[in-house]
Design a protein around this ligand. Structure first.
Ligand code: PGA
Length: 250
């Protein structure tokens, strides 16, 4: 049985004082869950959040990183920098990074490799646009994204990777994919992973759904056969709402 992993993605929100407040509220609300809880916060919140989650079951992730170890990349943050302060996870290839910051599948692949190299666990995002879904090429698009993102990754590293299936048309729009659509796409991702790494690995890898997840739809989505939890944007900004998503099975 795969575990359920619920990750919040704050995007470019939350000042340090708001972040500390959030952790204070969330901690007692999720302390008894058996599900894995991660919050992916802006760089400027990382240190405060890491200090405040000590001794709790809340894990911390960043939302991006550079693919090089160090060097002349003004304004960038390396995986090693994140690892050195105690960050455990990092979101790679979020559709907003692909869309607004021109991240290609090649860049995503380089970042995944670097994250693994420094001991971070990547949450790798894939997903189709509305146009691609309407053209009936969803499976082709997400299979290619998976293939490229994981190119050259050893099978032993697979257990450190989480995949997030996030249809772009569902992100921040309120248009959640139906549980059947989400499950179907995630099954296609599992099929692709099984072609590359074999059935055993594809049965084990955690694949989340993301895109307008809220407490009112989390249970029906996360109970589907292949959906192992969610990557939650907007609804992760409120501790109470997020705690309900984390404890969808309560
Ligand atoms: P949303 O964002 O939950 O606000 O749709 C999800 C995401 O972008 O990870």
């Amino acid at each position: 049985m795969r575990r359920k992993v619920i990750a919040g993605n704050w995007k470019m929100n939350m000042l340090p004082n708001e972040a500390i407040d959030f952790i204070e509220k969330l901690t007692p609300l999720v302390k008894n869950t058996k599900n894995e809880v991660i919050i992916c916060v802006p760089y400027t919140d990382l240190f405060y959040v890491l200090l405040n989650v000590q001794g709790t079951n809340i894990k911390v992730g960043a939302q991006n990183m550079h693919w090089e170890e160090s060097g002349a990349y003004t304004g960038e943050v390396s995986g090693q920098m994140l690892k050195s302060i105690g960050v455990e996870y990092v979101i790679i290839g979020h559709s907003e990074r692909r869309q607004y910051f021109s991240e290609t599948d090649e860049i995503v692949n380089k970042k995944v490799k670097q994250a693994l190299k420094v001991g971070l666990k990547p949450i790798v995002c894939v997903g189709e646009t509305l146009e691609q879904r309407e053209q009936g090429i969803t499976e082709k698009v997400i299979s290619k994204q998976i293939e490229k993102a994981l190119e050259g990754i050893e099978q032993e590293s697979l257990e450190k990777i989480i995949i997030a299936y996030e249809p772009i048309w569902a992100i921040g729009t309120g248009n959640t994919a139906t549980k059947e659509e989400a499950n179907e796409a995630i099954m296609q991702i599992r099929k692709k992973i099984s072609e590359i790494y074999g059935q055993n690995k594809s049965d084990k890898i955690i694949i989340q759904y993301g895109g307008s997840v809220k407490s009112s739809n989390a249970k029906s989505l996360f109970e589907m056969s292949d959906i192992d939890g969610g990557l939650v944007g907007g609804a992760s900004l409120n501790a109470e709402e997020f705690s309900k998503i984390v404890q969808f099975d309560n």
